[in-house]
Ligand binder design. Structure first.
Ligand code: ATP
Length: 448
């Protein structure tokens, strides 16, 4: 399959099944902004819950934070974003399309007539100028320079400015981390590839504060830990790799940086970054705010500005990774099926419940099963329409790992079949044992 076909198929499945819709679709969309439908919202929540569970709940050395999107604009001066968060923008003088100069491939011009049949004319590009990616707005009723604020382009700064608040309130000692999940906004010049590069997105970031000198060791630790978590979500390890930033790629604040890349249908691309940000951010906030950002070591009284190892995951990008990695087209008993083989802990719906036929009290019993699963907070879906084969196919496409069916034998011995999405195997389970059977496999306590 060509890359365009795979991405088109994914986007179309995502829309059909209620994973992702274009924002404001009835008005023609809104410049690379997307909405998550019923299944997408669940998948996104599951990703965030598993991340939070692994990064915060299952550790003593990481605290959670939920900082505001709007901040004092001085934050973005200190962080370097006002001055330096720019991409080089070039514009075609003929068709007026805009491109990022550092991502230029040969661009066929949209307006120029071709010279020869089949030969595309290139764009006539002007000079590159630096374009700041931060969205600007105004705080309060007066729209002047003094009231200008920014939508945060990363969640990290909310963590840095709260470093001492969290450390004191939670009585943490270095090394420790602060994690948060939240929206970030970047006015990207060339968004695209579905939800890969958008102008509004969510980040799950963790900043780990360490004593200078121990930063390399912690960097290695977090690289390994993050990779392990991604593999625990069921992502094929073969489709993951690290990419180290060379000297020309390193951000101004970074001593060392590795991307975690996924083999997308459109090539290897980053979806998480691990960065050694040194003491850059805390030092700059100390300088710009005039407030002490040092840590005082208990016992020795030694003072220092900690180094920071950051792990920064794009929630929307990892959602795309999970969809792409789970997407399969298979032939089963001479019939094509499309499957989203999502890890059960990520799957939006855990079980579908079917009465094989609409009689003999089977629909009522299946409904009661749904009531019980609802009571146990296990998301389920009831379906009595169409042949059982069609019902299976719909759930395969939606990524539901198990289908529970009431059939003739249920009337005799109160058992049901549970069909596994991936192996297609069916087992008979007593009706009252279904909840426990599902729980055992979902194992929510393990949490990732
Ligand atoms: P890129 O080079 O793709 O623009 P970046 O290096 O600027 O990304 P970071 O600033 O390191 O990205 O952000 C951390 C993570 O946030 C990225 O790995 C990605 O998953 C996510 N992210 C960044 N920009 C976007 C975007 N425009 N849309 C969706 N996710 C994004």
């Amino acid at each position: 399959m060509s890359e365009a076909t795979v991405m088109e198929k994914l986007a179309s499945l995502a829309k059909r099944r209620g994973y992702v819709f274009q924002s404001s679709e009835i008005y023609g969309g809104a410049g690379s902004v997307w909405d998550y439908g019923p299944l997408g919202a669940e998948l996104k929540r599951n990703i965030k819950d598993l991340w939070w569970s692994r990064m915060v709940h299952q550790r003593r050395d990481v605290e959670g934070l939920d900082a505001a999107i709007l901040m004092n604009p001085r934050v973005w001066e200190a962080s370097g974003h006002v001055e330096g968060f720019t991409d080089p923008l070039v514009e075609c003088r003929t068709c007026k399309k805009r491109f990022r100069e550092d991502q230029l491939a040969q661009q066929p011009c949209g307006r120029k007539p071709s010279k020869a049949p089949g030969e595309a004319d290139e764009c006539d590009l002007g000079e590159a100028r630096n374009f700041n990616l931060m969205f600007r707005t105004f705080m309060g009723p007066v729209e002047d320079a003094g009231s200008q604020v920014y939508l945060r382009p990363e969640t990290a700064q909310g963590i840095y400015v709260n470093f001492l608040n969290v450390q004191g309130a939670a009585r943490q000692r270095v090394p420790f981390g602060i994690a948060q999940i939240g929206k970030a906004f970047r006015n990207e010049i060339t968004p695209g590839n579905f939800i890969f590069r958008t102008r509004e997105f969510e980040q799950a970031e963790m900043q780990y504060f360490v004593k200078p000198g121990s930063d390399d060791e912690w960097f290695d630790y977090w690289m390994e830990e993050r990779m392990e978590w991604l593999v625990s979500l069921g992502i094929d390890r073969e489709n993951l790799r690290f990419h180290e930033h060379g000297p020309d790629e390193l951000a101004h604040y970074a001593k060392k940086a590795f991307d975690i890349e996924y083999r997308f249908p459109f090539g290897w691309k980053e979806f998480e970054g691990i960065h050694n940000r040194t003491d850059f951010d805390l030092s700059r906030h100390q300088e710009y705010s005039g407030k002490r950002m040092e840590y005082i070591e208990p016992g020795s009284g030694e003072r220092y500005i900690p180094y920071v190892v950051e792990t920064s995951l794009g929630v929307d990008r990892v959602l795309l990774v999970l969809l792409a990695d789970a997407y399969r087209e298979e032939e089963v008993e001479g019939e094509e099926r499309v499957v989203l083989a999502l890890h059960p802990r990520l799957a939006p719906t855990k079980a579908a419940i079917f009465p094989l036929v609409k009689k003999d009290g089977l629909p009522e019993r299946a409904r009661r099963m749904q009531d019980d699963l609802e009571g146990a907070s296990i998301p389920s879906f009831y379906d009595e329409s169409g042949s059982i084969g069609r019902r299976y196919r719909r759930q395969d496409e939606a990524g539901t790992p198990w289908c529970v069916t009431y059939d003739g034998q249920s009337l005799e011995d109160d058992s049901v079949t549970i069909r596994d999405r991936d192996s297609l195997e069916q087992v008979r389970v007593p009706e009252e044992g279904v909840e426990a059977w599902l729980r055992e496999r979902l194992n929510p306590a393990a949490g990732g």
